[in-house]
Each structure stands twice: as C-alpha cells, then as structure tokens.
Ligand binder design. Sequence first.
Ligand code: IMP
Length: 418
Amino acid sequence: MIKLIVGIQWGDEGKGRASHFESKNAKIVVRATGGNNAGHTVVANGKKYKMHLLPSAIIRENVNCVIAPGVVIDPEVLISEIDEMIKADISITKERFHISQRAHVILPHHKQLDGLYEKLKAKKIGTTKRGIGPCYSEKCNRTGIRMFDLCDPSTLKKKIQESVLLANTMFRQYGEPEVDVEEEYQLCINCAEKLKPYICDTQFILMDADEKNENIIVEGAQALYLDLDHGDYPYVTSSNCNASGTASGAGIGPTKVDEVIGVMKAYCSRVGEGPFTTEQENEIGDSIRELGHEFGTTTGRPRRCGWLDLVMVKNACFICGLTSLCVNHMDTIGKLGKIKVCVAYEYKGEQIGYIPIDRENCTPIYKEFDGWELEDGITTYEDLPENARKYIEFIEEYTKVKVKYIGIGADEKQTIVK
Ligand code: IMP
C-alpha cells in the first residue's frame, strides 16, 4: 500500500502530524521534495521534535526513513538534525535511514545567491533564504552536485568549480564576496564522511518494499499553492510539491499510489509574499495567529492568517487527486465565535468557483458558521460539538471528498479518525 500525504494550502498545515499518524503501520516513510525550507513539529509522548529534512517518522524506531531524489539537501543541516536525534536517544543507522545518491546538495553559494536574488528582485518572494531556488536552478541547468558526487573526491572539485561558475559571475557583478571553491570542497568532504553510510540507491529500497507489499508513506513538503506550476507563481517554491510531483520526487509512478491524503487547516495561513484572497489583516487574523501559534518553524516569521478558502481546497482535490482530507486546527478556529468560509470568488463582475491566474483580483464570497468549544479528552467524531461537525460536513459536501482525520490539538493523540 502506498500513500501520499500532501499539503493543499500554503504549507504548515500539519503534514508531519498526519504522516506520523499514518506511519504507525508503515515500513517506510519517504521525504520526496523541497529541502530545509520545510519544517515540521511533531509532539509525541509529551516531547516536541522539530525537523526540517528528516521525515517525521524518524522518531518511530520500527519505521525506515528515506530522503528521495527529489529533495535538495543542505548537508550541514542534515548532520545537525541527525545529531539532535541521536542526542534524543533515537537510533539512526544505515539499516533504517537512507539518503538518495540522486538528491542534490545545497552549498553555501546557493544560500548567498538566494539572498542576492531577493535583494535584486522588484517583487520580493520572501523566500526562506535556505538556497532552495538556486540549488534547483543549478539542478535544471545540469551543473548541480548530487549526494553521489559528495562521495567521489576524484571528480568533486571539478564539479564544484562548474557549479559555482554562474554564481561567482553574479557575485562579482554585484560586489559580493566570491565563493572559494576550496572551502566548498572541504565542507563537502567533511559532510561526506558523516553522511556516507546512509547514501545509497533508494529506488531499489522502495521497489523491494513494494514487492513485499509493505506500506510506504510519502510525506509531501510545502503545499499545492507553493507548487512551481500550480501555485501562485512567482510566489512559490522551486519544486513540484503537488501530489504527482511528490510521487515523482520519491520515484513512484502514479498508478502505484493507493491513497492521497490532503492536509489542510480549518483556516488559512501563509508565510512570504503572494496573493491571499481570504487574508484577515485585522483583529481576526491576529486572533487566529495567537490561538493557532502561527509562527514559522523554519524562520520564526509571524504567518499571515485568514479564513478557510474552499475554492482552493476543491481545486486541490482535483489537481492532487485526493482520496481523503485531514483537517487540522479545528480546536483553534472554533474559538472564534463566528467563522467564515470562502465558497466562491467574485471576479470581473461574475461569481466563479475556480482560481484565475490573476487571483489577486478576486473578492471572497463567504458562508458563515457558528463556533464551538471543545471539551478535553474528546476521542470520537460523535463527541465533537454539533457546530464543529456541521463545519466538517460542509467541507465534505463542497469538495465531495471525505474527511479522514481531524486535528483538535498539537499532540498526535488529539487526532480524531472519522
Ligand atoms: P523558498 O522555498 O525558500 O524558495 O521560498 C519560496 C516561498 O515558499 C516563500 O514564500 C516561503 O515562505 C514559502 N515556503 C517554502 N517552504 C515553506 C514551508 O515549508 N511552509 C510554508 N511556506 C514555505
């Protein structure tokens, strides 16, 4: 059984928790796209774990974890995450943790370029400055460094020389310090020493698990509206983080996938720039931010907050071929008393139910719901207050996709299976 878990808003929907819940019965959990621009927090057994590159299932010792070809890896960040886990008594061995030889490596010049591009752009994207875009650009340019190259000192220096060529031209042009090839080479050599045991051909591992009918979970990063093709370009990340891109990043064909779970919040949040039709730049947005602790795991930036946009969710159901939904933060939104949900846009004098390319020109049309208070210790759907159930059932009715999980708190135990 192969399941994909993808974000269907602008990221930070709680994919880590959904994946952690699903991974209970999995043999392998795969991280397939993006890099350490992602961040998830998992609260399990009263402990909080923050991860950027490692799949959240790393804390389940009976689950094997894979970082697949579609990911871009900052090797220093990965090493420090591995060290943190080892400190927390989580065993990370080459038997249970695998990094694809094909995954690309983020180097210091990518991070420097990320900052420079942001400075030069008229329209800032508000990237995480983790070097994600420049690393993927070099990958497309066929001058990138892969994890495989890290382990081959005979060709590594030459490859780094090629890789920094464009970057150094830019730095020279804009008066920034040029990258020292020797420094990047040494960094790679040092990191390779630590990461080498885990670097392998992950394709073989997934094919083998599938042949044995073992459960594989692929954990998406970012979300549909940050997708390079289907998001709010140019305010997007540099990978295809929709469901098909996630499967492809892992090395899994579409017909091999059995389930696709779309993770969303009961409201919307976004970091960085870009259109946000239901944004509430007022006390409602402030309340959602406070109640939902909406500050970035990766950058600590306060997130922009607003009402749930079901036009986006419905579009996501089709693009990602969702088979079910996971709705998080039902505890948060219920506290707002009166809640609004966007059910259509007004665009050029018409009411529409799709997302036009210039969606900044859309005005939301809302339906209003009454809020709810959740009692402690709720474990079943029937225990939820009637207003909360009405909200969930409206989402199902609007999208024609079933809600499978409902998040009612930060701890993974506070998940209702519908
Ligand atoms: P980049 O991925 O660092 O290039 O950033 C591009 C855009 O995607 C920016 O608006 C970021 O804030 C946003 N972004 C990237 N990764 C995440 C994520 O995991 N959650 C939320 N936003 C993200």
